[in-house]
Design a protein around this ligand. Structure first.
Ligand code: FES
Length: 85
């Protein structure tokens, strides 16, 4: 799974690096180094000014902030990687 985090100007101002740092802490916490990669991406054309644009694999662009990053990770990454049974 690849998580792309936008580091374009608008998103950068919303705290791209806080989001990346939060994701990295979560990867550490759940030992997901082998299954999750974080990639910096350029403007995704979805500058919302309400958060940082984040995309999981080729999914929808979503808005995440430094405060919601950990919750987002648990909901969209940890949950998706959990075995279904
Ligand atoms: S700067 Fe992030 S989507 Fe445009």
């Amino acid at each position: 799974m690849v998580i792309s985090v936008c580091i374009g100007t608008a998103c950068h101002l919303e705290g791209s690096y806080n989001v990346i740092a939060a994701f990295q802490q979560m990867i550490e916490k759940y030992s997901l180094h082998d299954s999750v990669k974080i990639k910096a991406a350029f403007c995704m054309g979805h500058c919302t000014h309400q958060g940082v644009c984040v995309k999981i694999d080729s999914g929808e662009v979503q808005s995440v902030t430094g405060t919601t990053a950990k919750e987002f990770f648990e909901e969209h990454v940890v949950a998706a990687l959990k075995p279904q049974n």
